[in-house]
Ligand binder design. Structure first.
Ligand code: AMP
Ligand code: MG
Length: 417
């Protein structure tokens, strides 16, 4: 972090690293929510972010209706008494409108059908005995039973969806239930990506000695798709300062946010940091996190820049921890941080670390219920750990863990959505 913007009171400053919390705070403070919106049909709004709150124009249901198949009655008329029977005067299916129910009458009614005027209860058909045009009852009947009052789910003029809501299937269903055909959503965030490294080869191409396949490109594309971003993929960039500068400028010109992988350390072959300093501003660098220490944030012209370390596990973990909340906030989502569940550890962590560690972990049944296990190999190159895992366990800096101690567990179901 540059001295002008840095957090000088940070105890980590001596090590040249800032804490995970400080890095998140720093980045989120710079994540300006997009203002441009677009209108999309509800059927195409999955995964988008709602631009403003939606108010219901109507009550749902719009009329009192039956929640079961049975007989609509006036509760006062129906008693559990073999001598009491009501005349079945009408039949009302969903979508039909009955006529007013008179004293001593019942109406055959089906789930979702409007209650006829005068009726105040529905007796389920299992509790009724039908004889010709008469019906009598085997169970007690009380006013209001099996009736959904008008507005039971939603009242007209109430807020049904909040600004910044991420639209899941249930949000789409709710919008449709109040008759909304289109929704105003935040325009897609444009994210440019490239990978740094002369050793990188695309899958499908032959692998020369010393080369490796570019995996981060595919991880990043998947991560960005899950967040509803428009991806501008510049592929791999060779390890020279000039090529890196040119790629950064090209990426920044086409996007809102540039995300790179690799080349963020200080080796002779790491050019991304220096290139950002030349063509933009590097505002934050090095976070006390493992894996992922060389994480960086900066600006290139009008675009944000986020530099991720090249090791594949580091790329995934730092994306989940820092890039995801940043990109969500840029799309106007208010709550962007994961919720750690406290789960008993099935492992010891005897040596405290100076950096906050995120271990590839998985929930498993233990002797006393669910516990969380960690993959035996936690190296930042061990991509198999991320496939074995269903989440990450957080070990805070300076702490140790004994089996059974609660540790924060973050599910991939949340981190990758
Ligand atoms: P770097 O951050 O560039 O020093 O790279 C750290 C390690 O991650 C090296 O072993 C690189 O070969 C590897 N690496 C960098 N970029 C990628 C990538 N896109 N896909 C897979 N591995 C990578
Ligand atoms: Mg490299």
């Amino acid at each position: 972090m540059s001295s002008s913007q840095g957090v000088s009171t940070d105890p980590m400053q001596a090590t040249g690293m800032i804490s995970v919390d400080q890095a998140l705070e720093f980045m989120l403070a710079r994540a300006r929510p997009l203002e441009e919106t677009e209108s999309v049909p509800v059927s195409e709004a999955l995964g988008r972010v709602l631009a403003h709150a939606e108010i219901s124009p109507m009550d749902v249901p719009g009329y009192a209706s039956s929640s079961m198949d049975g007989y609509a009655v006036r509760a006062g008329d129906a008693a559990v008494d073999a001598s009491v029977s009501l005349r079945v005067a009408q039949r009302i299916a969903a979508g039909e409108i009955g006529v007013a129910l008179l004293a001593g009458e019942a109406a055959r009614i089906f789930t979702g059908a409007p209650l006829p005027e005068g009726a105040d209860a529905v007796v389920i058909q299992e509790d009724c005995e039908r004889r010709g045009d008469q019906v009598c009852f085997r169970g007690p009947v009380s006013a209001g039973e099996n009736v959904r009052p008008r507005g039971n789910d939603i009242q007209a003029a109430s807020e049904v969806l909040a600004a910044g809501a991420r639209l899941r299937p249930q949000e789409l269903g709710l919008a449709a239930s109040v008759g909304l055909a289109r929704l105003d959503v935040v325009r897609r965030l444009r994210v440019a990506i490239f990978s740094s490294g002369d050793e990188l080869v695309q899958p499908g191409e032959p692998l020369a000695a010393g080369a490796i396949y570019n995996s981060n490109r595919y991880t990043l594309r998947g991560l960005l798709s899950a967040l509803g971003c428009q991806i501008i993929d510049l592929g791999s960039v060779e390890d020279t300062l000039a090529a890196t500068q040119a790629a950064l400028l090209e990426a920044a010109a086409q996007s809102d946010v540039v995300v790179t992988s690799g080349g963020m350390s200080v080796g002779d072959e790491d050019h991304v940091k220096q290139a950002v300093e030349r063509v933009g501003q590097l505002e934050m660098w090095r976070v006390a996190v493992k894996p992922g220490k060389p994480l960086a944030y900066g600006r290139i012209n009008t675009a944000d820049f986020i530099g991720l370390p090249g090791n594949p596990v580091s790329t995934l973990v730092t994306f989940c921890l820092f890039v995801r909340p940043f990109l969500l906030r840029r799309q106007g989502v208010p709550h962007v941080l994961g919720n750690g569940l406290a789960v008993p550890a099935a492992f010891p962590w005897p040596r405290p670390s100076r950096r906050r560690e995120y271990l590839r972990a998985r929930l498993e049944p233990g002797a006393n219920g669910i516990a969380v296990s960690i993959y035996p190999k936690q190296g930042s190159d061990v991509l198999t750990s991320t496939v074995w895992a269903d989440g990450l366990v957080e070990i805070r800096e300076g702490t140790t863990v004994e089996p059974g101690d609660p540790v924060p567990y973050y599910s991939f179901a949340e981190l990758l959505f």
